[in-house]
Ligand binder design. Structure first.
Ligand SMILES: [Zn+2]
Ligand SMILES: [Zn+2]
Length: 412
């Protein structure tokens, strides 16, 4: 086999990996946008890769590890006759993200897989392993061909709610010849790797202190939604999801995760701007949630409301009706986003509505150095760092690290 990191040896996100078998079968792993970090789309770009997005088809399949924009965000550019494989729940989440935030982008995904092997050209076998990450149902991919095995980690961690499954998953994967691993934590020294359970305990202490809790977090970080819901329930508050989050949580088909359909204490906030959406949009994404958007959810003044930076009007409305009295905002995202202009002004504006206390409560979506170190158990002969701006540092953690640049060919 031959491996080429088309993009990603010197950047976080937007990584594109090409794997070619001896017989010439070619696959791509992940096709997302360049980002400063997950979830925020900073620019649209079409990377124009010959045989993938333009010209005659040269690739046999594309596999996507998870629904974050920096891994899936460019799949629309892929040539029509190339199959794109995405885990079904990741695909659903991405579709909702597209509909709510990218102006109804058309999805060209033709295929999907789930806990199953996919055989490409009777030559390359790709097996997904669901792994802990801040994006629900993220997968690591095992690629087998020519008697060799490559593990592509995608994004992962082991301090989230699925973290306990990480070591058993590595045991199941067993020895590999090569690992292509994310190394986000090598770049970001300030990142915190507190477990999600511990974060939940800290959330509970905050929830005891305030009556109205506003939460700013990624709607696709399902672990975090669960943590805040648990703290909300323990302090007898109503949990109110904004309409976008409600669509996401309800689409997971998992009654153990807080969503308005399965939970009597989970409500929905529908901002007035949704009245202006098309009838088709409203019918599909808004009307099914009307019955969960009852006013009583915030009338007793003990509630948790998930907000977006675009929801200032909704917050003002609550303030005007005297529903903000003892409130705080929990900022549960990467700190770097605070540099964005709309975030800056949001955090400033909410103070006018009685929300003066802004509390940081977050843990990284990525693997800590300790977690990455566990990959040594797979005894890989070659380890390639991607999804990092500090690839050399991986040598301190893993054996047999080779430092490569974008587009360099590595033989296996
Ligand atoms: Zn990523
Ligand atoms: Zn990710």
């Amino acid at each position: 086999m031959e491996v080429r990191i088309i993009k990603g040896t010197n950047q976080i996100g937007g990584c594109i990996t090409e794997i070619t078998s001896n017989k010439g079968t070619k696959i791509i792993i992940d096709f997302g946008e360049d980002l400063p970090d997950d979830n925020v789309i900073t620019k649209k770009e079409n990377p124009n890769i010959d045989g993938l997005t333009i010209g005659k088809k040269k690739y046999d399949a594309v596999f996507i590890t998870h629904s974050h924009g920096d891994h899936i965000g460019l799949i629309n550019y892929i040539l029509d006759d190339i199959p794109v494989y995405v885990e079904p729940v990741s695909k659903r989440i991405y579709k909702l993200l597209s509909v709510f935030t990218y102006k109804n982008m058309r999805l060209k995904t033709k295929n999907m897989f789930f806990k199953e092997k996919i055989l490409v050209n009777n030559d390359i076998v790709v097996t997904p392993y669901i792994v802990d990450h801040s994006s629900y149902n993220s997968a690591m991919l095992l690629i087998e061909a020519d008697g060799k095995r490559i593990l592509h980690t995608g994004d992962f961690r082991s301090h989230g709610l699925k973290g306990d499954e990480f070591i058993p998953t590595l045991k199941e994967i067993n020895n590999v010849d090569m690992i292509i691993t994310e190394g986000t934590c090598l770049s970001k020294d300030e990142e915190k790797f507190e477990t999600e359970e511990h974060l939940q305990e800290r959330a509970l202490e905050i929830f005891k202190k305030y009556d109205q809790i506003f939460i700013l977090q990624s709607s696709t970080n399902i672990d975090r939604i669960k943590s805040f819901y648990e703290a909300s329930k323990a302090t007898a508050k109503n949990f109110i999801e904004d309409i976008f989050t409600a669509n996401i949580t309800s689409s997971l088909n998992n009654p153990s995760l807080p969503n308005p359909i399965d939970y009597s204490d989970v409500y929905v906030w529908i901002p007035t701007k949704y009245k202006k959406k098309s009838f088709k949009f409203k019918k599909k994404y808004v009307l099914p949630f009307y019955k969960y958007s009852k006013q009583k959810s915030y009338e007793n003044n003990k509630y948790v409301l998930m907000v977006k930076t675009t929801m200032l009007e909704a917050i003002e409305k609550l303030y005007d009706k005297n529903h903000i009295k003892n409130a705080c905002l929990i900022y549960s995202m990467w700190n770097g986003y605070k540099e964005n202009e709309d975030m800056k002004s949001f955090l400033e504006e909410i103070k006018k509505f009685g929300i003066n206390d802004i509390i940081d409560l977050h843990t990284s979506g990525h693997a800590s150095k300790k977690t990455i170190e566990l990959l040594n158990s797979l005894n890989a002969k070659k380890v390639i760092p991607i999804h990092t701006t500090n690839k050399e540092a991986l040598k301190d953690i893993l054996n047999n690290v080779i430092i490569v640049d974008d587009k360099e060919v590595i033989k296996l």
